[in-house]
Write a protein that binds this ligand. Structure first.
Ligand SMILES: Cc1cc2nc3c(=O)[nH]c(=O)nc-3n(C[C@H](O)[C@H](O)[C@H](O)COP(=O)(O)OP(=O)(O)OC[C@H]3O[C@@H](n4cnc5c(N)ncnc54)[C@H](O)[C@@H]3O)c2cc1C
Length: 848
């Protein structure tokens, strides 16, 4: 939830009280338009995020109008013994810390000049500064009075309570406004002498290291040898652009989302606050610092360093770090910083560690301005040093290139143009990279998969039906080798997996980058998934089958590191398979609030009781893990009763009761099982995300995973078209090839029209999913889910018709493809539910 700027105030703290009369006199003399004989004057203090005491001045003029101003002053705290040092307050990652700055004269309140220059000469949104008072005799310290901005401040970077699509807009607006600040021409606006552009980081490393040494000298907290290691690395890895000043310009110094004021209702920035640390320097430091929520979060009120979004999962709607950066780079015209990113992030953490050590030292001496809240800062400093070193040790910290399909569908830099659509191409034409993968996939299908279909089908109808054909495993190894493995993984999920699985895991010796797909967007995968859909046995050979992809996506998004290592790694490797157990025979499960399976906490375990059916994949001998949805609290609000939990299929109390059949097909060896759970006890740590989060996970799971069915249905229909045309060109009835009969020509043409319509809709849905996220794309996804199976059924039915008796037999793949397509009018959520979604959106639009 955002806080209104006017609601962030509280009574003035005792230590920050000031001479109100003196203040009023000064304001009347120096602030133009300030009421001269106010009937009321109220002073309150902002409680959040103010490095220096900041007050709201509310003045009621004689005519009853109320004017609001903001006053900001230096803190009253004790000065350090050094003649040059002054104590200031500074926030790092959302909380208060005290910060010492040497050489105050470098920045002595001259930031008000920056605000003025930016306000007068650029479009960078900054509050107007009305006056600056350097005379400590007025209210005890220097201060300035500026415009009060009525708007919203997002105190928590995870934006709780904000709808996902707005989270995206808020982050992108933040990236944009930082870019606009960094684009200001300092020479043209008279700030050329505000600081030095070159060697900023070099100077800062020495300054903060000196500070660290001063805070850890004899009789003070012990120094951490790892800090020396970190400094050594930083000194050796300063990017060349730092020396040249190529990335030099205005640096805000404390640029975070909660130092930005948003418009009261629109997701645009109306002001950047807290300019005390601004200077001229290397702007990439601002950029890295603004990305800290993705990497690590610390605060005075927390004992431990909290993990960043890239580790714990990015809240829905918030762009990935790469997307946020891509937006910034695009707007600021900056090169993609992949090769320097380690340095800038590590530098941010190093600076934080030095600051925290200083605060801790003062806390031990009894004069930290954060009071008791500063007691954990020593630990934070060491955690930051550890985090910085761990970050440096990572294999990759950013993709080599910015996301090819960014949130705004933009291209970043000329070198990336080749990744986009070829010149003059249409909207839905695959890029060269995708086209190349597609060709390889088609070749693989022709050489290895279609020829094996009959063989696989024979085994599936034999007594050995619930065993795996050895050729299937051999083809999986081949697909891995050819880079056609796990292509479904969206690039952002791959980045998270890399982070969580590869770094420091013991269980990854056999897993490498090949297991994380080809860095594709959902749209790009759409062109490939379609090809796999031409054969029922293909998706598994490429490790792209349902329900594994949906389950892997759940683990990628919501699993803990331990869960990922135990279950996701073997799933990505294709050595085990999984099931998703939600549907129950006794209740209408298209409305998942009906489900009755109970998940009850008992000590360190959860105990599961209930019956599930249509648990696809549970018959497979390789199936090891089920994601089960049940209720942890039958009394909670309707959508908070459900939870998801990981269940090892071998747990006592689980009985696979029977395989279900679809029009007689049991889909062996994969199968769809009825499964009973009788006092099944699983460790409490197996819960996903937490109790009551089941629906939230289901939303995440059902987006991309379910669109895969639509993509495959396009492929199934293409297979139908191809078989239909071949048959019609080769078989004669009543003296003519079927293809010469007028009715056939009309039918096949209509099938083609419907197929192309559905394909475009599916691609559009995938594209919207990439650009807008699950929620905003839901209308188009719902349309695709209705259109694709209905179209495929029509085309396959027509192909079956052309094949006559052979069509309804199992001698061709058509009957099985048709049966599978028919289930998807139900299994992927009944048509009626999707139609309901589409209709609701339509009516909502009409009401606007
Ligand atoms: C081949 C196959 C594989 C499956 N795999 C899995 C799996 O792996 N895991 C899993 O948990 N489940 C799976 N399912 C189950 C599937 O998700 C459910 O069948 C589906 O959600 C519908 O639930 P239900 O069968 O209880 O039908 P019900 O909820 O009883 O619905 C029956 C019918 O009611 C009507 N209806 C429902 N809602 C509305 C509405 N809002 N407006 C108008 N009419 C409505 C529709 O005609 C619908 O078909 C699979 C099903 C099949 C056929």
């Amino acid at each position: 939830m955002a806080n209104r700027t006017g609601e962030l105030v509280e009574a003035v703290q005792e230590a920050h009280k000031l001479d109100v009369n003196a203040l009023l006199r000064y304001a009347q003399a120096h602030v133009s338009g300030f009421p001269l004989s106010p009937s009321k004057f109220n002073l309150s203090q902002f409680g959040h995020g103010q490095s220096n005491p900041t007050y709201l001045m509310e003045v009621e003029a004689g005519d009853g109008t109320v004017k609001r101003y903001v006053l900001r002053k230096k803190p009253p705290g004790k000065l350090l013994q050094s003649a040059h040092a002054v104590e200031r307050e500074f926030q790092f990652c959302g909380m208060w810390i005290a910060w010492e700055i040497y050489s105050l004269e470098l920045v002595e309140y001259s930031f008000s000049n920056v605000l003025k220059a930016l306000g007068d000469h650029t479009k960078v949104p900054v509050p107007k500064v009305f006056c600056l008072c350097n005379d400590p005799n007025v209210i005890g310290t220097a201060f300035y009075i500026m415009e009060f901005l009525e708007g919203r401040i997002f105190v928590d970077p995870s934006l709780p309570g904000v709808p996902p699509e707005r989270r995206q807009a808020i982050y992108l607006a933040t990236a944009k406004v930082l870019a606009s600040l960094h684009s200001a021409n300092v020479d043209a606006i008279g700030l050329g002498n505000y600081g030095r552009r070159d060697n900023y980081c070099k100077r800062q490393i020495e300054r903060w290291f000196k500070q660290y040494l001063a805070s850890t000298s004899e009789g003070k907290p012990e120094s951490n040898p790892k800090m020396f290691e970190l400094v050594d690395w930083l000194r050796k890895n300063i990017p060349p652009e730092d020396a040249s000043g190529a990335t030099g310009g205005i640096v805000h110094g404390d640029f975070r989302i909660d130092n930005v004021v948003f418009h009261p209702t629109e997701d645009r920035v109306i002001g950047i606050l807290d300019w005390e640390l601004s200077t001229i320097g290397n702007q990439m430091c601002d950029v890295a610092y603004s990305c800290m929520p993705y990497i690590a979060q610390v605060g005075l009120d927390t004992v431990e360093l909290a993990k960043g979004f890239e580790i714990i999962g990015i809240p829905e709607g918030i762009p990935t770090q790469a997307e946020f950066l891509a937006e910034y780079c695009n707007e600021a015209g900056r090169a993609w910083p992949a090769s320097q990113w380690k340095f800038y992030v590590a530098f941010s953490m190093f600076r934080g560690a030095s600051i925290y050590t200083g605060v801790y030292n003062r806390w031990l001496m009894g004069n930290a301005s954060g009071g008791k809240r500063a007691e954990h800062t020593g630990r934070h400093a060491n955690s930051l040093i550890d985090a910085a070193l761990a970050f440096i040790a990572k294999k990759t910290v950013l993709p080599e290139q910015p996301p090819s399909v960014s949130l705004g569908r933009r291209q970043y830099g000329t070198e990336n143009k080749v990744q986009g659509l070829p010149e003059g191409s249409g909207r839905f034409v695959p890029s060269k990279k995708v086209q190349e993968l597609r060709n390889r996939l088609i070749q693989f299908m022709e050489e290895h998969i279609y020829p094996m279909e009959e063989e696989f089908s024979k085994l599936a109808q034999s007594d050995l039906r619930w065993t795996v054909h050895p050729e299937e495993e051999r083809l999986k190894v081949l697909a891995k080798k050819e880079g056609l493995w796990n292509l479904w993984i969206p690039f952002d999920s791959a980045a998270r997996a890399k982070e969580l699985i590869y770094n420091g895991s013991a269980n990854t010796h056999h897993v490498n980058d090949r297991f994380l797909g080809a860095g594709l967007s959902n749209l790009e995968y759409g062109y490939l998934c379609e090809i796999m859909g031409r054969s029922l046995c293909a998706p598994q050979i490429f490790n792209c089958g349902a329900p594994d992809t949906g389950n892997m996506e759940v683990l990628l998004r919501y699993g803990t590191k331990e869960q990922l290592n135990e279950w996701l790694v073997p799933l990505l490797d294709g050595t085990i398979r999984s099931g998703f157990a939600m549907t129950e025979p006794q209740v209408a499960s298209s409305d998942a609030t009906n489900i009755e399976c109970s998940i009850k906490r008992e000590g360190d375990s959860y105990v599961i009781n209930g019956t599930k059916w249509w648990t696809s994949g549970a018959m497979d001998p390789r199936c090891r893990i089920l994601i089960l949805m049940g209720k942890t609290d039958f009394t909670a609000p309707r959508h908070k009763q459900q939870s998801m939990i990981l269940v090892d299929i071998k747990t006592p109390g689980i009985t696979i009761k029977r395989p279900l059949t679809v029009f007689g097909f049991d889909d062996a060896p994969h199968g769809h099982a009825e499964v009973s759970f009788d006092n099944v006890r699983v460790p409490a740590k197996n819960i996903l995300l937490g109790e009551g989060r089941g629906f939230e996970i289901a939303q995440g799971r059902l987006g991309p995973g379910r669109l895969h069915h639509c993509m495959r249905l396009i492929g199934a229909a293409e297979r139908g078209m191809q078989l239909m045309a071949q048959r019609a060109l080769n078989r004669k009835t009543f003296g003519k090839y079927i293809a010469q009969h007028g009715s056939f020509l009309s039918d096949i043409a209509k099938c083609r029209i419907e197929l192309e319509q559905a394909r475009l809709l599916v691609l559009e849905a995938a594209d919207q999913l990439d650009r807008l996220g699950n929620k905003k794309a839901r209308g188009t996804i719902a349309m695709a889910k209705v259109a694709a199976p209905n179209m495929a059924l029509k085309v396959l039915d027509m192909a079956i018709q052309v094949y006559g008796g052979a069509g309804v037999s199992s001698d061709t793949v058509l009957a099985h493809l048709w049966a599978a397509a028919r289930t998807l009018r139900i299994a992927d959520g009944p048509d009626e539910v999707h139609l309901g979604t589409i209709a609701q959106l339509e009516l909502r639009r009409a009401k606007l």
